[in-house]
Ligand binder design. Structure first.
Ligand code: ZN
Length: 255
C-alpha cells in the first residue's frame, strides 16, 4: 500500500475542499481493497444515494468516504441529523471510511466503521445553524466515535502504517453478524458491547456489567427493564460469537 497521494491530480482545482476530495478519492481507487471479500478494486458508486461514494462490484458493499485534515477521536461532524436517523432506522447507512491526510498529502490514518455500528446512540444532534448562516436552521449531526466500541473501529492505516489486509478482513468479518439484526435490536447490542468494552478487560462478570446500567438507561430512557435487556443482549452477543459464556455469571470477549 502506497500512502502518498498523487498531487498532480489536483493541479486544476483551487478550492481546498475540492482538492481534498479529488486526492483522497483517487487514493482510495488506487489503494483500497474490499474488507468484505477478496476484491482489490473499488468502483465509483452508481447508486443514486448521495451518501455512497463507492462500492465493490463483486460483493455489493457500499461505502462512504470522509476525508479529514485533523483527527478528533471523539466525534466527527456528518450530514443532516434527520436524514442520518432515518437511514439508521431504514438500515441503509453505508460503511464509513474515515481518512486523515497530512499537509503533504500523506495518508496518516484510515479507519473503517462497519455500517452496523451506526446506531441512534452513536449520533449526536448539533445545534441548528444560526439565522446568519446560508442554510439557517439546518441541523447537522456528529458521529460519536467515542460511543462506538473498538470492535467497530477497524484500522486500515494507523499512524502512517498500513495494517495487514488479512487482519482488516478478519476484523470486518468478525462483526458482520450484527448486520443480520434489525436496527432497534442492533442498537441495544452495540450499546451493551460498548459498555463491555468500557469495562476495559476481556473477562468480566454480570455484576460488573450491571454497574453500567445507568449509562444504558440514559441512552434508552423509555426502557424500564435494563437489567433483563443486558442479559438478553449477552445472549445475542454469544450467538454472534463475540463473547463466550464461562458459567457462574462470568463472560469472555472473543477475538
Ligand atoms: Zn467486496
Amino acid at each position: 500500500m502506497e500512502l502518498q497521494c498523487d498531487i498532480s491530480l489536483a493541479a486544476r482545482y483551487t478550492s481546498a475542499s475540492q482538492v481534498a476530495r479529488i486526492l483522497s478519492e483517487a487514493w482510495c481507487h488506487r489503494e483500497l481493497y474490499c474488507p468484505a471479500c477478496d476484491s482489490n478494486r473499488i468502483a465509483r458508486s452508481k447508486t443514486n444515494t448521495p451518501a455512497v461514494d463507492f462500492d465493490y462490484p463483486r460483493c455489493g458493499q457500499l461505502f462512504q468516504l470522509k476525508s479529514l485534515r485533523t483527527w478528533n477521536p471523539k466525534k466527527i461532524p456528518d450530514a443532516a441529523y434527520d436524514a442520518m436517523i432515518r437511514a439508521i432506522r431504514q438500515d441503509r447507512t453505508p460503511h464509513l471510511v474515515l481518512l486523515q491526510y497530512t499537509r503533504d498529502w500523506f495518508i496518516q490514518n484510515v479507519l473503517l466503521i462497519p455500517r452496523s455500528f451506526f446506531t441512534e446512540s452513536t449520533i449526536e444532534k448539533r445545534r441548528p445553524l444560526s439565522s446568519a448562516a446560508r442554510r439557517a436552521g439546518w441541523v447537522g449531526c456528529n458521529i460519536l466515535l467515542e460511543s462506538i466500541p473498538e470492535d467497530g473501529k477497524i484500522a486500515i492505516v494507523s499512524g502512517g502504517l498500513p495494517e495487514p489486509e488479512h487482519r482488516v478482513r478478519q476484523e470486518f468479518n468478525r462483526v458482520q453478524g450484527l448486520a443480520k439484526l434489525t436496527p432497534p435490536q442492533r442498537g441495544w447490542t452495540v450499546d451493551v458491547l460498548t459498555s463491555i468494552r468500557r469495562l476495559g478487560k476481556n473477562r468480566f462478570s454480570l455484576h460488573e456489567l450491571y454497574e453500567t446500567e445507568h449509562d444504558l438507561q440514559e441512552l434508552h430512557p423509555s426502557n424500564h427493564n435494563v437489567r433483563p435487556k443486558i442479559r438478553q443482549q449477552l445472549q445475542v452477543l454469544r450467538d454472534l460469537r463475540l463473547i463466550k459464556f464461562e458459567g457462574n455469571g462470568s463472560y469472555l470477549l472473543k477475538d
